[in-house]
Design a binder for this molecule. Sequence first.
Ligand code: NDP
Length: 322
Amino acid sequence: MQAIRVHTTGGPEVLSYETLPVPEPGPDQVRIKVAATGLNFIETYHRSGLYQLPLPFIPGSEFAGTIDAAGAGVTGWVPGERVATAAGIGGYAEYALAPAAKLVRVPDTIDLKLAAAVMLQGCTAHYLTHSTYPLRAGETCVGTAAAGGVGLLLVQMAKRLGARVLGLVSNEAKAALAREAGADAVILYSQERFDQRVRELTDGRGADVVYDSVGRSTWEQTLDSLRPRGYAVFFGNASGPVPAIEPLLLSTKGSLFMTRPTLVNYIATPEELAWRAGDLFNWMASGEIKVRVEREYPLREATAAHQALEGRQTTGKVLIIP
Ligand code: NDP
């Protein structure tokens, strides 16, 4: 099969297009013939070495396709079933593996490409808005990279919950997309301080929660955008990781709460995964959530896909097609 492999960590050029044996499913795993793989920022962290994986490895944890084979101990899943996962192994390939416990069935009404597009970023937007800081109607949230993959979905889910959404984006084209998704106001954080604008837009009070995926370049303004006892949810490192923060700083900024969540702890049980994915598929079918697939790259062009994502050139979802 054709696959992308990383032998040494580094820039996008270390993504190597290779011919490899089709992987064999281990105990409690299934093998999936991949229809589409989702591109996610986490793969840039794996590739660069910010998050370490044993070398060599095939990147990619989010994909959809049909079950091709099942390993020992797998029950309840049969070859030919349409499935998707956000916690698979080696998704930048024609065939990939996934733990059976991390699969969801894709309803016939949902295209496999759309299923691949929504699993990881959609479950992330879901847990952030429904579990990490469950938004209530009338509350104000701020979201970074509001025209990005997680961002566009988070804006729509927050609106669905009745919250007021202030979206942060770097240019006018992204601002238009965030507004179209439902953002009540958009701030160009590449051109002005967003903490001051958030204060103005909340009559000096501050936001109830900031969902911050950018990290190093935004964390201070995130803390300064919050109301007393507000929530700083740092869930990404697009500009680099957030540095060490003294608990006393949270006290002086208004008894703030801070968390650094990650998806794996929010889809830890089959029930929780089924709840989040079920909501996503239902909202997609009813039109309450629209998934914007901006671009598809053939597998052999994974390097260009990473360059575009890290270069802030993408909006919505980018797929990799084997
Ligand atoms: P996006 O589509 O959001 O792309 C990243 C965006 O981040 C860019 O388009 C850009 O938007 C913004 N950005 C700001 N500063 C930089 C910078 N210095 N370099 C590059 N991009 C920058 O990606 P994803 O939707 O895949 O992921 C969004 C974030 O969410 C990532 O940080 C990712 O790690 C995190 N994440 C965390 C999860 C978790 O469970 N903790 C799960 C899934 C994703 P703009 O130009 O508008 O600023």
